[in-house]
Design a protein around this ligand. Structure first.
Ligand code: SF4
Length: 454
C-alpha cells in the first residue's frame, strides 16, 4: 500500500461498530463499472453484505468520475446524498474525481477517505477497521506506469454481460482531456490475469464480455496486442460474445474485420470510434491524431467490409473556437457516414488542460443549443439504423426481464424488446441470460419490437 501524500491528521470518533452492510456506487464509464465489480468481490470476500446504494449501509465506496464539470457535480450530489441518509456510515470516495478534486470532496462534511486512482483497488486495506473520521484521510499517489493485475475472485452471481478491464490510462494528451492526469499513462493488464477473470466470468454464467479501458487499441502486454486478446477470448469455451467498447480511430487493427465476419469467432460486429469533431481545424486544435478524410475513409471501409456492423461515435460540441461552420461539419459527418448513433458531449473546461486555458470559449448557452441539435440528429441516425435491421431473423441475448417484457441485444447492438405476442407463449423470465432467435418487426424511438421464432 502507498504512503499517504497529503493526508490530514485523522482523529477518530471512539465508536466501535462492526460494519457489515456495504453500498457501492459508480459514476462515469464502463471502466469504472468493471473496477467497482471487483471491489464488490473484495467486499463479499471480507464478509460484507452488499446493499443497494439507496438503502441503509455501514460503509459506502463511491467510485467517481471527473470527465466534465457535470460529472463532478453528480459525484458531489451522490456523496452528500449517501451521507445524509447514513450519517454514521464510513464513506470512502475513490477514483478520478478523488484524484483531481480531492480538496472539493474534503469540503463535504462526513467523508472519511478520499483515494485517487493509484490505490483505489486497495481501498479495503485503507478502510480496515478504521473508525469514522472527523477529517478525511486523503491519498493521491502518483500513478505508476507498470502493467497491472486485478485479481478477480468470481464469487458474485452471474450477469448476462460483464465488462472486462484490459487497459488503463492514455498517452495521447488530447488538449481537452483530463484523463491522462486522472488515470495516468497507458498501461496494460497482464494477459494471464485478464484471462483468469474471463474464465471466472464464464463459470458464473456470463455469455458476453465487453472489453474496456481508456485506450484499448494501445493494449500491449509481452507480445500480445488487442488482437491476441480477442482471439484468446474467442477460444474460451462457454464465452459466446466478445465486444470491444470505445476504441481510438488510429489504433484499430483492420484484422478485426475478418474476426467480425467469421461466424466461428466471438467478436461482435460493433465499433465505437470517437470522432470528437467534424472540422479539421478543431481536430488539430484538439490534438487528435487523424483528419476527417482519414476518419471517414476508415468508417466507410469498416461498413463495406463488415455488412450490418453497428458503428457509433462520440462527438464533442462547443470546443473553444468552434464556429457555426465547424459545428455544421460535425453534423455533416454524423449524417453522411454509416453511423448508427453519436454520443454527444458538451465541452467542459477541465483542470489545467491546454483547451481550458484558451480565451475563445463558446458561450455555454450556445454549447447547449448545438448539443441539443446534434442529439436530435443522433436519434434520427439510431432510428434509421434500427429500420435497416427490420425483417432480420437473428440471435438476441436477453437480460433481466421487467414484468413480462424481455430485452436484449443483437450481435450488432440493436436493442430488441419482446412482450405480449412477441414472446410466442414463453415468459420473459424464461429468456433471462438466454440466446433466442427473433424476427425484428417494428421500430420505436428507443428499441425494436421483435417476435420470438423457432
Ligand atoms: S485519446 Fe481519449 S483518453 Fe486519451 S487523451 Fe484523447 S480523449 Fe483523452
Amino acid at each position: 500500500m502507498s504512503q499517504a501524500l497529503d493526508s490530514t491528521s485523522a482523529p477518530t470518533i471512539s465508536r466501535t461498530r462492526v460494519r457489515r452492510r456495504a453500498a457501492l456506487h459508480t459514476l462515469g464509464c464502463r471502466l469504472n463499472q468493471s473496477e467497482t465489480m471487483i471491489l464488490r468481490e473484495k467486499l463479499i470476500a471480507q464478509g460484507f453484505d452488499i446493499v443497494d446504494f439507496g438503502d441503509e449501509a455501514d460503509l459506502a465506496i463511491i467510485n467517481t468520475c471527473t470527465v466534465t464539470r457535470l460529472a463532478d457535480s453528480k459525484c458531489r450530489q451522490a456523496i452528500r446524498g449517501f451521507i445524509r441518509r447514513n450519517p454514521e456510515a464510513y464513506t470512502a470516495v475513490v477514483g478520478c474525481y478523488s484524484q483531481m478534486g480531492a480538496k472539493e470532496i474534503a469540503g463535504i462534511e462526513g467523508v472519511d477517505l478520499i483515494l485517487g486512482n493509484h490505490d483505489k483497488m486497495n481501498v479495503l486495506e485503507y478502510i480496515g477497521e478504521a473508525e469514522k473520521n472527523l477529517a478525511p484521510v486523503i491519498v493521491r499517489e502518483r500513478i505508476d506506469r507498470d502493467d497491472f493485475t486485478m485479481h478477480f475472485a468470481g464469487e458474485t452471481p452471474f450477469e448476462w454481460r460483464a465488462n472486462l478491464k484490459i487497459q488503463d490510462g492514455c498517452d495521447f494528451m488530447c488538449s481537452f482531456c483530463i484523463i491522462p492526469f486522472a488515470r495516468g499513462r497507458a498501461r496494460s493488464r497482464e494477459f494471464g490475469d485478464l484471462m483468469a477473470e474471463a474464465r471466472h466470468q464464464v463459470e458464473r454464467g456470463v455469455k458476453e464480455l465487453v472489453l474496456t479501458g481508456v485506450n484499448i487499441g494501445t493494449y500491449q502486454h509481452s507480445d500480445r496486442s488487442v488482437l491476441e486478446v480477442v482471439d484468446a477470448l474467442s477460444n474460451l469455451p462457454g464465452l459466446e460474445r466478445v465486444r470491444i467498447s470505445s476504441i481510438e480511430p488510429t489504433t484499430i487493427p483492420v484484422e478485426l474485420f475478418d474476426r467480425m465476419n467469421d461466424p466461428a469467432h466471438a467478436l461482435m460486429p460493433y465499433l465505437h470510434i470517437p470522432l470528437q469533431s467534424g472540422s479539421d481545424k478543431v481536430l488539430t486544435e484538439m490534438r487528435r491524431r487523424y483528419d476527417i478524410a482519414e476518419w471517414e475513409a476508415f468508417v466507410n471501409d469498416a461498413a463495406a467490409r463488415v455488412p450490418g456492423i453497428c458503428i457509433g461515435t462520440d462527438i464533442m460540441v462547443g470546443f473553444p473556437g468552434e464556429t457555426e461552420n465547424d459545428f455544421a461539419e460535425s453534423c455533416r459527418v454524423l449524417t453522411e457516414n454509416p453511423l448508427a448513433y453519436g454520443h454527444v458531449f458538451t465541452y467542459s473546461e477541465r483542470g489545467n488542460t491546454p483547451a481550458a486555458r484558451r480565451d475563445d470559449h463558446v458561450p455555454m448557452e450556445e454549447r447547449h443549443r448545438r448539443s441539443a441539435r446534434l442529439r436530435r440528429l443522433s436519434s434520427e441516425r439510431r432510428y434509421a439504423f434500427y429500420e435497416s435491421n427490420l425483417g432480420r431473423e437473428t440471435e438476441v441475448l436477453f437480460e433481466d426481464p421487467r414484468e413480462n417484457t424481455a430485452s436484449g441485444l443483437t450481435d450488432n447492438y440493436v436493442r430488441v424488446v419482446l412482450s405480449g405476442d412477441g414472446l410466442s407463449g414463453k415468459t420473459a423470465a424464461e429468456l433471462r441470460n438466454e440466446f433466442a432467435r427473433v424476427r425484428l418487426e417494428r421500430v420505436t424511438a428507443d428499441f425494436v419490437e421483435g417476435k420470438l421464432i423457432g
